[in-house]
Write a protein that binds this ligand. Structure first.
Ligand code: ADP
Length: 797
């Protein structure tokens, strides 16, 4: 090449170099273009035909590159917008938008496309680059779906629910029930819920947002809201914080419940409850008064009939008197049942627990009921298992009432056969308590299945017809079952018509901290505990009970049911004592007498069983009777009779020391010769009655008719005790007692005052004690209980 090239040479060299450059560029650019994941297409701006396309675009379209080149760009892109090319038709400089790409198989692909117009080699072209965004589109669709789902849930809520942005109090989200309409992005909670122009400061009403920002905890509070109809509503607002990753509170969820109706109902309920309480109080008061009004005259009637009984009467008068007395006692029972039932209704029935001896209570109760059993020819038995604690703490009076009802019913509904009362102990909730299980079996008319539940309801009787055979109010079982549940127990019945019934019930009592073993158990005297006993009775229940009970105490006890078996047993073993029921099949008094004579009046010593409570048996018999045993008998009675019989027959050396003897010994210390008592009682009949009865017990009585006179009289200091009625004119018993106590102050004197009240309410007892009285006794007065109580307050002479 010459040193000074010509223009042509230079031009040819430049052209050569440009060609080389282009080739070089192509060499590098082509592979880069095809390696890109972004689709690239170059379109001629005149013809709108594709003049170049990269591999990524060909993949997206689904055709080889050479089959795309030369085709109209609208065959693949902006298919529906042929005349609306943003650059060529709308003359934008650039287009950047989500579009659809039509693939060769007709399916659509979502793409994000950027188009710019260029001039390359003097040719106007569109350079289109695009990426596949179908995955993003699917995620977006799913997000929308989720949002729509959540939205439906929120809109389904019938109470307002919204989310507050804590930065500016704007509402970010609200459901339909919030009634905020279309949410403006600037709408705030204070505008929408309180119609304010600036945020609340929390001084006019409690604000959950302020509270949550202060404590960081969810907040719940009541608000007054004005609803869209301008009505005042009470709403319960609940707020919960939403925190960001750093734990800062960014939003607060609030929802509110309209509790206007609930609050109104609560208020109505409260008012109704207050009204009911007032009514109940009035009912209680009425009850107390009625109790007083009825008991006072009844006290007079029963007491005077009692007094009359002790006077000389003709046989006919005695009969009439007995009828009148039975009727008044029956009336008293009915009144007591009605009063108890009213007390249950008004929630005034309370238990009055005190220590008592269960064995004695059972014995006494059964002894009283034996009279009615005898009159019907029904045998009455009882058995208390040895492990049942006798010294317990509970409401003895109420337990007696339950037993009276159940055993009384058993006798009432049994024409023939027997009534058996059993007491066992069960598993108690704690070692200080005892669970007592009572069962009252009878062989009476039974109860049909369909009545077995309803008889425990008030006023319900299995035979409710007007022509029914048995009287009664239908209240007894309702009261008993209420008392039993108050004592922590349960009652139920097993029965079949014609086959008798068994009423079971349990109660929980406290065990007394044991004072001595003898008080707890009727231990036989040491000499008795070695005796052998033969029980001969035709009655299977009696035989079983005597046998089972005695076996708990004595080493050898045999039972037989007929005379032949008895004689055989006596031949086999020289029994010390024979418990004999004269109704025994094949019994021949002469044979027994012969046997006794052969033995030189020796064994067996005969204890005669008296099933019909013939305490004294004066029948002449050829054989010797060592002791009678009226049935039903407690273990202590049985042991005492056996001991007495054996003693008489010279079988024991040690005198008995059973509980009965201790009682007798205590009784001898009894009421001393003459005691002065002041009685304050306004009712004339009752005053006469109580004076007469006390005087017969060798008391010297001064009776006054009101509290004021009692206070004056008490000042004379001539009395050892005051019996004070509670309701009296001029000055009542409470005021009189308080006045007496006030006068005694500083003198060291304290005269015992016992209240005499017709009010059977528990609260009365507390009032009596609060007024300074020492104890109380309720009317109608049980005189034995009164004497025992008076004695308690007298110093022993
Ligand atoms: P009352 O005996 O005063 O009618 P209760 O409440 O004591 O009231 O008894 C309700 C009813 O239950 C009785 O009327 C009777 O129908 C039935 N009933 C109770 N105890 C027995 C029993 N031992 N045998 C048969 N029926 C009984």
């Amino acid at each position: 090449m010459s040193a000074n090239p010509t223009y042509e040479e230079l031009a040819s060299r430049v052209a050569f170099l440009e060609e080389e450059l282009r080739r070089g560029q192509r060499k590098y650019l082509e592979p880069i273009k095809d390696a890109m994941l972004t689709g690239l297409a170059v379109v001629d701006a005149q013809t709108r035909r594709v003049i170049d396309v990269n591999a990524a675009a060909a993949r997206m379209i689904g055709l080889p590159q050479e089959k795309i080149i030369g085709r109209q760009c609208h065959d693949f892109m902006c298919v529906e917008r042929r005349d609306q090319c943003p650059i060529l038709d709308i003359h934008q400089h650039q287009d950047h938008a989500e579009r659809d790409l039509r693939r060769d198989d007709g399916s659509r692909l979502s793409i994000l496309k950027t188009v710019t117009s260029q001039t390359i080699d003097g040719r106007d072209v569109l350079v289109e680059s695009f990426i596949d965004i179908s995955d993003c589109k699917e995620v977006e669709r799913q997000l929308h779906e989720k949002e729509r789902f959540l939205r439906s849930i929120l809109d389904a809520l019938t109470f307002p629910f919204y989310v507050i942005n804590t930065a500016d109090y704007t509402i970010m989200l609200a459901n339909e029930a919030a009634r905020f309409g279309t949410l403006h992005p600037d709408a705030t909670c204070f505008q929408l819920t309180h119609h304010r122009v600036e945020p609340c400061r929390g001084d006019e009403h409690p604000c959950p947002v302020i509270e949550i920002l202060k404590t960081g905890q969810p907040a719940h509070m009541d608000h007054i809201h004005i609803d869209h109809q301008g009505r005042k509503r009470i709403v319960e607002v609940h707020g919960f914080p939403i925190r960001d990753e750093q734990g800062r509170i960014r939003q607060i969820i609030e929802y509110s419940l309209d509790i206007t109706e609930r609050r109104q109902a609560e208020m109505d309920l409260k008012q109704a409850k207050e009204a009911a309480e007032i009514a109940n109080l009035a009912k209680g008061q009425f009850l107390a008064n009625m109790s007083h009004e009825i008991r006072t005259p009844m006290n007079g009637v029963i007491g005077l009939l009692d007094l009359l009984r002790r006077t000389t009467l003709s046989e006919q008068q005695e009969r009439y008197l007995e009828l009148a007395r039975t009727s008044s006692l029956r009336m008293m029972d009915i009144i007591n049942d009605i009063l108890d039932f009213s007390k249950i209704e008004s929630g005034h029935l309370n238990l009055e627990p005190a220590p008592f001896n269960l064995r004695e209570l059972l014995g006494e109760t059964l002894r009283i009921l034996t009279v009615s059993a005898q009159q019907k020819g029904v045998e009455l038995f009882y058995h208390m298992q040895r492990d049942v604690p006798a010294l317990v703490d509970g409401d003895a009076g109420r337990l007696r009432q339950i037993l009276f009802n159940l055993i009384g019913n058993a006798i009432k509904f049994t024409a023939q056969g027997e009534v058996l009362v059993e007491v066992a102990s069960g598993r108690a909730p704690s070692p200080e308590e005892a669970l007592l299980h009572f069962a009252v079996h009878d062989t009476g008319i039974g109860i049909a299945k369909e009545h077995q539940e309803s008889i425990f309801h008030a006023f319900i009787q299995a035979d409710g017809s007007a022509t029914r055979t048995y009287g009664g109010t239908g209240l007894g079982l309702a009261i008993a079952s209420e008392l039993i549940s108050m004592m922590g127990g349960h009652i139920d019945v097993e029965s079949a018509p014609g086959e008798g019934s068994t009423f079971h019930f349990t109660i929980i009592v406290k065990r007394q901290s044991r004072q001595s073993v003898e008080e707890e158990q009727p231990l036989p005297a040491p000499a008795t505990s070695q005796l052998s006993v033969l029980v001969a009775s035709a009655n299977s229940v009696s035989r079983r009970l005597l046998g089972d009970t005695l076996r708990e105490w004595l080493p050898l006890v045999e039972t037989v049911n007929n005379a032949q078996a008895m004689l055989e047993a006596l031949r086999r073993h020289p029994y010390d004592v024979l418990l004999l029921d004269e109704q025994l099949e094949g019994f021949d008094a002469a044979t027994l007498a012969t046997r006794q004579a052969a033995d030189g009046g020796g064994p067996p010593a005969v204890v005669l069983l008296l099933p019909h409570d013939r305490e004294t048996d004066n029948g002449d018999r050829p054989f010797a009777v060592a002791a009678p045993l009226p049935l039903p008998a407690s273990p202590a009675d049985m042991l005492a009779a056996i001991h007495a019989a054996a003693d008489k027959a010279g079988k024991t050396a040690v005198p008995p020391a059973g509980p009965a003897d201790r009682e007798a010994a205590a009784g001898q210390a009894g009421v001393p010769q003459k005691r002065r008592i002041l009685v304050a009682e306004d009712d004339y009949i009752n005053r006469v009655l109580i004076t007469t009865i006390l005087e017969r017990e060798k008391w010297v009585v001064t009776a006054v008719e009101n509290g004021r006179l009692a206070v004056d009289e008490a000042e004379t200091d001539a009395y050892e005790l005051i019996l004070m009625d509670v309701q009296m004119p001029e000055m009542d018993g409470f005021a009189a007692a308080a006045a007496i106590r006030a006068k005694e102050k500083g003198t060291g004197r304290h005269i015992p005052i016992v209240a005499l009240t017709a009010h059977a309410m528990k609260a009365d007892r507390e009032r009596c004690l609060a007024a300074g009285m020492d104890d109380y006794i309720s009317k109608p007065v049980e005189y034995d209980a009164l004497f025992a109580l008076l004695e308690k307050f007298l110093p022993k002479h």
